[in-house]
Ligand binder design. Sequence first.
Ligand SMILES: Cc1cc2nc3c(=O)[nH]c(=O)nc-3n(C[C@H](O)[C@H](O)[C@H](O)COP(=O)(O)O)c2cc1C
Length: 195
Amino acid sequence: MGQSIGALGLHKGRDNSMKIVHENPFNGIIALPSFPVVFVTVGSNIMVAAAFHFYSFKPPSVMVGVKPEKYTYELITSSKEFVINIPTKEQLDKIHICGTISGRDKDKYQKASLTPRKANKIESYLIEECPVNLECQVVHQIDYAGSHKWFIGEIREVHIDENYIRDDALMFWLGQFRTVGEVIEGASNDKLLKK
Ligand SMILES: Cc1cc2nc3c(=O)[nH]c(=O)nc-3n(C[C@H](O)[C@H](O)[C@H](O)COP(=O)(O)O)c2cc1C
């Protein structure tokens, strides 16, 4: 039929273009847009995660997906806490280091020349050089079958650099790093920060 691998058929999509129906469910994952990439710190270890998302406004919570074979999974499961550290795009070299070696063998703060600073509300360390740090307590762990296990963390304390520019945040998916992109609608929401 000359269609792409796993294609089941065609139908009309938006603007009369053809929509290909895929048999392989992984193509749905490939079609997803990029996700924020963050450093997850727990104890005195650092790992990189793109499986990261907002979870709830009230209470303010986020979630992170960690593969069970990672040292970080072991550390979060036992300590029930983590810090989300938002990197700058200039820290890409540190992302490559912390996202490829395991803290089981190496001190990644030393390897990546990053400074650990003790968090205020939890026992773990946060990364001083990151403009944003969210201290989180795990309130739920999702061990449902799948490559990543998810931890939901309630935010206990927030550190934000006064010069932080949210639109400079780094995004990642399937081997590609990028920044957020253009604003299509809506004003700047820097003024939403609460007392
Ligand atoms: C850009 C990028 C994104 C990553 N995203 C994830 C992720 O979401 N979940 C995960 O378990 N590992 C992810 N990894 C891999 C871990 O960061 C990596 O395996 C790390 O070495 C684990 O460290 P640890 O063994 O000290 O926990 C990512 C790596 C990179 C470079």
